[in-house]
Design a protein around this ligand. Structure first.
Ligand SMILES: Nc1ncnc2c1ncn2[C@@H]1O[C@H](COP(=O)(O)OP(=O)(O)OP(=O)(O)O)[C@@H](O)[C@H]1O
Ligand SMILES: [Mg+2]
Length: 313
């Protein structure tokens, strides 16, 4: 859905992004992470068609936003890191102005605005002037505005900054929900633990370059990341404990088998979800009473720190 080839963006003297190539597939929720000044905002602005690439190519749904800005805009919902808001409008009026700009038909506007204003939990503030809203409320309002035209591609630059913990959870729930109907989302954030909750792909930028990019599964296998398998028996039973140990020990995907207690075993697991399910089925077939069977894979945060520690080859 999004393709970037050898992108370079210069601000006069400074090259903010160089030789950047990556791809985001339809339906992916792609976390764009990296330290301050890495070039995330610059990349997102270029994708939104707001910054002209100095060099390179961007395709959104096979459309080049530089040569066909209007067509590309139809697909894109962009939420900037610092959104300009119109202080002398009420929350409702603000959404109404944008609904008109998005060419939503007049008779459909009230229902659509109500839907999104409820969704971001601002209905109580619908008639309040924007200047009287808190920072997090303004942020929610801008999110509602971005989602209003139902764009296929969402470009969100640090949408969670300024939100309280409840609003952040609401934001995650909204994004999870809208990602179910095939939307493609790029979201930049410094809150890695929160991205881990719902991103299925990640791009790590550093000094204007992409260090690693791809689905979490691809990256995990590229950095040979092992999952931590934890298996607990329902009760202490020598016979079952021995069977469990032997079955796990025979798997080529398992290494570093460790007996933590009479009922708990831990190991490194290299396989995928299907292989884990197959192993669990073997245990059940042997009438071993399993109370817990868990494989913890590296999440966005774990991957970020591993790559930062140059574990990628
Ligand atoms: N309008 C601008 N004019 C000149 N240089 C800029 C401008 N905007 C950004 N830069 C520079 O471009 C580089 C990349 O900035 P960018 O805002 O893309 O980083 P970022 O990854 O979004 O950082 P942050 O995590 O702080 O938001 C930085 O060195 C920054 O100083
Ligand atoms: Mg930024």
């Amino acid at each position: 859905m999004i393709k970037v080839n050898s992108l370079r963006v210069d601000y006069e003297e400074l090259t903010a992004v160089r030789d950047l190539s990556f791809e985001v597939k339809e339906g992916q929720i792609y976390g764009l992470v990296g330290p301050n000044g890495a070039g995330k905002t610059t990349t997102i602005k270029a994708l939104a068609g707001l910054l002209e690439p100095t060099y390179g190519e961007i395709l959104i749904n096979n459309i080049d936003p530089e040569t066909h800005p209007r067509e590309a805009q139809k697909y894109i919902g962009y939420m900037p890191d610092f959104a300009p808001v119109y202080n002398n409008l009420t929350a409702w009026e603000y959404l109404d102005v944008f609904a008109a700009a998005y060419l939503i038909e007049k008779k459909e506007r009230p229902a659509k605005i109500k839907y999104w204003i409820d969704k971001v939990k601002l209905s109580e503030k619908a008639k309040v002037y924007i200047r009287e809203l808190s920072r997090g409320m303004k942020q929610r309002l801008v999110l509602a505005k971005t989602l209003l035209p139902n764009p296929k591609v969402l470009l969100l630059d640090e949408p969670a900054s300024g939100l309280d913990p409840i609003a952040r959870k609401d934001l995650r729930d909204i994004l999870k929900e809208i990602s179910q109907d095939g939307k493609t989302i790029i979201i930049s954030s410094h809150i890695l633990s929160e991205l881990s909750d719902f991103c299925n792909a990640v791009g790590i930028m550093e000094k204007g370059k992409m260090v690693v990019s791809g689905s979490l599964q691809e990256i995990r296998s590229r950095i040979k990341s092992k999952g931590l398998m934890i298996v607990r028996l329902a009760e202490h039973n020598e016979d079952q404990s021995l069977k469990l140990f032997n079955i796990l020990n025979n798997s080529t995907q398992i290494s570093g088998l460790q007996k933590i207690s009479d009922i708990e075993i831990r190991a490194s697991f290299l396989g995928d979800a299907k292989e884990a399910a197959w192993l669990l089925a073997q245990l059940v077939k042997q009438n071993i009473l399993i109370a817990e069977f868990n494989v913890k894979q590296d999440n966005v945060e774990d991957i970020f720190f591993k790559i930062g520690a140059h574990e990628v080859s």
